[in-house]
Design a protein around this ligand. Structure first.
Ligand SMILES: [Zn+2]
Length: 292
């Protein structure tokens, strides 16, 4: 599998001089399988530059095929979809897996996203490509020769976000973009019982993966309980407990500057080095490419 990052921010796009190197677009990661199929993780604003790049290939000719996996439907994970050029080309085909009670529910949500109050698209009927909406199955499924396992993670009070495990030819990557572990603070949670709750429970899902792409929204110093995100230390702890080879800190806070991300990574690498820990750690940036 070949992984490329097109959007690495959380919450809202944050272009500007402070975010030039890591990038300001929201969540979007493209995975090209060894068999040449395209699986995309989330459609935040990074989905638009991905779409521009895809127009140079089969998507520009109306012969493109994509499997899109939506972790959840917060705006920073879906906002790019209506604005990406390949979506408007007749003949292209998008299979969209997302969280919803039903297939129709997911389609309705996207219908709302393009409604006249929010966009000039007006209705999904104006979109030229074929959109095949599907509810994320509870059982593992296969797309483009890649085995996909989905798992719910807690994302603030009463909300969950799906994490995905992609496996092909014995290589695996895990994508957990939005998670806040063990948020209780006296609030009665209505997370579904099938959801992971704690870091300990998450270890079994991520164990022995080659690559873990994980939420890194907060540091120890700026953590806001209930916002639905963990601290970077949680990602490191999980990666080490799960015997991960390579951890990518992802979904950076919109106001985290390039220099602040550099410093954060340096601190974590120092800590790993001094403990003799073998974990490889990087921060996601737009254009980062990893061959698995
Ligand atoms: Zn998010």
């Amino acid at each position: 599998m070949r992984v490329r990052f097109w959007g690495v921010r959380g919450s809202i796009a944050s272009p500007g001089p402070k975010t030039l190197r890591y990038g300001g677009n929201t969540s979007c990661v493209a995975v090209e399988s060894d068999a040449g199929d395209l699986i995309v993780l989330d459609a935040g604003s990074g989905f638009c530059p991905l779409g521009d790049a895809l127009m140079k290939g089969s998507f520009g000719k109306g012969q493109g095929n994509m499997t899109l996996l939506l972790s959840h439907t917060h705006l920073d994970h879906i906002i790019g979809f209506p604005f990406a050029p390949p979506v408007h080309i007749r003949g292209n085909h998008f299979t969209i897996y997302g969280p919803a009670a039903s297939r129709e529910g997911l389609e309705e949500l996207h219908e709302g996203l393009v409604a006249p109050a929010y966009s000039p698209v007006y209705t999904l009927d104006n979109i030229g490509s074929t959109l095949d909406f599907r509810r994320i199955p509870d059982e593992p499924f296969v797309a483009g020769g890649v085995q996909i396992t989905a798992q719910r993670f807690p994302h603030g009070v009463g909300v969950f976000s799906w994490g995905f495990k992609l496996t092909e030819r014995g290589r695996s990557l895990i994508y957990v973009p939005d998670v806040e572990y063990q948020y209780r603070h006296g609030v009665v949670s209505n997370e579904p019982t099938e959801s992971i709750h704690s870091l300990d429970e998450a270890v079994a899902f991520v164990r022995d993966a080659d690559l873990l792409i994980h939420d890194a929204y907060f540091t120890l110093h700026d953590y806001v309980p209930g916002w639905g995100h963990c601290r970077t230390q949680h990602a490191v702890t999980l990666a080490e407990a799960g015997n991960i080879k390579h951890l990518i800190l992802f979904h950076h806070a919109p106001d985290r500057s390039d220099e602040e991300i550099d410093a954060l990574i340096a601190d974590h690498r120092d800590d790993l080095y001094h403990r003799g820990a073998p974990l490889r750690l990087d921060a996601a940036y737009e254009g980062m490419t990893i061959q698995l």
